[in-house]
Ligand binder design. Structure first.
Ligand code: ADP
Ligand code: MG
Length: 285
């Protein structure tokens, strides 16, 4: 590879809002045949908002406790919950022993209660029928809030599919790539987003380690895998993929883990990056 050709490639990349970390990344891009995309913040805008709240007891208390914990999290779900709580202008109680578990949720102690916020699966056993119906009826991502070993509320969080996503996916397919949706969210929401953007293959309910295992399995089948993601929970998958593409709108950890960083808040930059590296490599050869 001539350094001059690489410079041309990366210079044009900067114009397109694409930062390429090194020549190895370019080389990998040429051979990629499968592209995995995260849902939240990647196929969707990640600007989530809180809809319906369903609680077995005090709704305000459930929202305050959830927001108190989530104010320490950078997940798009957390931002939606904190923004909703701020609207009712109450101050949030202090939290001790805060913990975030990537792909699952957050926990900590609030006003002497051990509070959990996250996936319904965090609450084993039977839920109050009011809450299980709210999860069933959710049109987005149902987040459960509970304390002292009891689920007490369901927060329905809505997200919006990026308007440019269907066109970007069609471009990726025309470049010969097979797109797959890889998400920690539930099967129903994942299926809706996949259908909206034109993806046939979906892996849902994936923990961060499941994302890594899925990539390994595809690689062992001989596939060259690119992964597009933005979150803390995507960092390991971005590192495992042959080509990690991080969205700069996401977390620092994800950007660290990527080979390519998309600094334009537009999914069209992903097919641009694939085309750019193929073209750059043709110049080099
Ligand atoms: P995605 O793969 O779509 O980016 P994540 O892996 O980030 O999704 O999250 C998977 C699921 O874990 C979410 O749908 C949510 O149920 C739960 N979750 C993760 N982080 C949080 C959080 N900070 N607060 C509440 N729920 C969370
Ligand atoms: Mg994500």
């Amino acid at each position: 590879a001539t350094p001059v050709a690489l410079l041309v490639g990366t210079g044009r990349g900067a114009q397109l809002g694409i930062l390429i970390k090194g020549p190895e990344a370019l080389e990998q891009t040429r051979r990629v045949d499968t592209i995995l995309l995260d849902k939240t913040g990647t196929l969707t805008t990640g600007r989530m908002s809180l809809g319906q709240i369903t609680a077995t007891g005090d709704t305000d208390m459930a929202l305050r406790y959830a927001a108190a914990l989530e104010s320490a999290s950078e997940h798009p779900i957390a931002r939606a919950i904190v923004a909703a709580a701020r609207e009712s202008a109450t101050t949030l109680p202090d939290v001790t022993g805060f913990r975030a578990t990537a792909g699952l949720g957050v926990s900590g102690t609030v006003e002497g209660h051990a509070v959990l916020v996250g996936r319904p699966a965090l609450f084993p056993g039977t839920l109050d029928p009011l809450l299980s119906q709210a999860i069933e009826a959710s049109t987005g991502t149902a987040v459960v809030v509970g304390w002292d070993d009891e689920a007490r509320a369901v927060l329905d969080i809505a997200d919006t599919v990026r308007s440019e996503a269907p066109a970007a996916l069609a471009e990726l397919v025309s470049l010969g790539l097979t797109p797959i949706l890889l998400t920690g969210d539930n099967a129903r929401t994942a299926g809706q987003v996949a259908a909206a953007v034109g993806i046939d293959q979906v892996f849902s309910d994936m923990l961060p380690e499941d994302k890594v295992a899925t990539i390994r399995r595809l690689q062992s089948e001989g596939r060259m895998v690119a992964m597009v993601g933005d979150g803390v929970n995507d960092a390991a998958a971005l590192a495992q993929a042959n080509l990690g593409i991080a969205l700069a709108t996401g977390t620092d950890v994800a950007i660290e883990a990527g080979d390519v960083t998309i600094v334009r808040d537009h999914l069209g930059a992903v097919p641009d990056a694939i085309r750019l590296s193929r073209r750059t490599l043709r110049v080099i050869k």
